[in-house]
Design a protein around this ligand. Structure first.
Ligand code: ATP
Ligand code: MG
Length: 385
């Protein structure tokens, strides 16, 4: 933690020197108390964003209207935000859970108005003051609570849990992108089974209409065991879709506003998962997936069958491919261009290269120029000149 806390302390000192209050707040303080590694440090200050920009040489505007500026210092980024409300205590009041409503001063004191340290010791997620009010203000907080259960293996304090049951139906008012971020963290948390207990108890997932196509997987207890074997969001979405017998996933994935890269990867794996489950990976899978996507597909395959993933096997097989990328192909676009007829469209070059590529990958022909040309001739793709 020290690597991030030290430069953050410099920022606190600088703001204080200019006559403002400043504290490290939120997740970094929680993770410091938990002695977990800290990945980002947020700072709250009485200084307005314009002042923050004047005080530090390197700043980036992120959400000026919320008073947030990124300060770059010693190669790291720090989100510096003006207090919401008139003071630190007001600011902390707007936060979600007691463990996230603590501040850390330049003098290394913890300011903890809602007994967050005590709740951390008891391993409890407890809403700041009224759980009902917190969840009505921002229903996403209910999923954040379950996310901390999954990541930290905490329990949810009784009243807070009760209000998740009461307010669960409001989750549908939250932007889908925000829901996706929290769900992905829940599914990949080390205590995902505890999170699922709360899903079942509160029924909160049933209020997320966009999950309907994967409800079959989500209501199956075995899915929890499978999720524990997965390592990233692509794998999780693929498994949920496959286990729910959804072959056509593009509308679903678009609705979740996932990144284009993730959507393409999920669709690619999904399109081949059934044959892979039956017969294993073939040469084209290794080549067209690429090594990283192959490993993801293998993790999903193994998780679905409740087996151990054989990543070494994947690496060995991948290494044995005759070519790894199109640029390794002995036949080049220029070579093909020579064989084209006047009336042939330009796109024919790409088509012929793709045919050659597939023939080499499946070991129908050596990766050698004349051998490939002979094959293309023999099969009638180019004229036998
Ligand atoms: P992580 O370790 O995943 O970053 P975090 O608690 O730091 O967890 P962030 O989204 O980085 O989560 O938020 C930083 C802090 O901002 C939180 O600790 C909390 O104090 C506050 N916060 C974030 N989201 C909310 C919310 N929806 N409602 C209230 N407070 C929030
Ligand atoms: Mg954070």
């Amino acid at each position: 933690m020290e690597s991030l806390f030290h430069p953050a302390m410099d920022i606190l000192k600088e703001l204080e020197k200019a006559g403002y209050e400043a504290y490290i707040v939120g997740g970094a303080v929680r993770d410091h108390v938990l002695q977990r590694s800290i990945h980002d440090v947020d700072i709250a200050t009485s200084a307005p964003s314009l002042v923050i920009k004047q005080l530090f040489p390197k700043t980036i505007d992120v959400a000026i209207k919320h008073g947030t500026v990124i300060v770059r210092h010693l190669g790291q980024s720090f989100e510096v935000t003006q207090f919401k409300g008139s003071s630190l205590l007001e600011d902390l009041k707007f936060r979600d859970f007691t463990m996230n409503a603590m501040a850390f001063s330049n003098k290394r004191e913890i300011i903890d108005p809602y007994c967050g340290v005590q709740d951390i010791e008891k391993q409890l997620v407890r809403a700041v003051k009224s759980a009902k009010n917190r969840f009505v203000e921002d229903p996403l907080r209910m999923l954040r609570a379950i996310r901390f259960v999954s990541n930290l293996s905490f329990s949810i304090e009784e009243q807070t849990l009760e209000e998740i049951k009461n307010c669960g139906n409001q989750i549908c008012n939250v932007a889908i992108e925000r829901i996706a971020v929290e769900l992905e963290k829940i599914w990949l948390g080390k205590s995902v089974e505890k999170a699922f207990d709360i899903f079942f108890e509160t029924k909160i997932l049933t209020y997320i209409e966009q999950l309907t196509p994967v409800q079959m997987a989500l209501s199956d207890r075995k899915i929890v065991t499978a999720l524990k074997k997965l390592t990233d969001a692509t794998e999780v979405w693929t498994l949920l879709l496959f286990a729910s017998k959804q072959q056509e996933a593009s509308n679903f994935l678009l609705q979740w506003k996932l990144s284009n890269k993730l959507i393409a990867e999920v669709e690619l794996i999904l399109s081949r998962l059934m044959p892979i489950l039956k017969q294993g990976f073939n040469l084209e899978d290794y080549y067209y997936f690429g090594l990283e996507t192959c490993k993801k597909a293998e993790r999903v395959r193994a998780a679905f069958l409740d087996e151990e993933a054989d990543l070494i096997g994947i690496e060995v097989a991948y290494k044995q491919l005759p070519i790894k990328e199109r640029k390794d192909l002995a036949l080049k676009g220029n070579d093909v261009a020579l064989w084209l007829q006047k009336e042939d469209p330009k796109s024919k070059i790409g088509q012929l290269i793709a045919i050659a590529e597939k023939a080499v990958v499946t070991k129908k022909v050596e990766n050698e120029k004349s051998a490939i040309i002979n094959l293309l001739r023999r099969e009638g793709f180019i004229d036998a000149k």
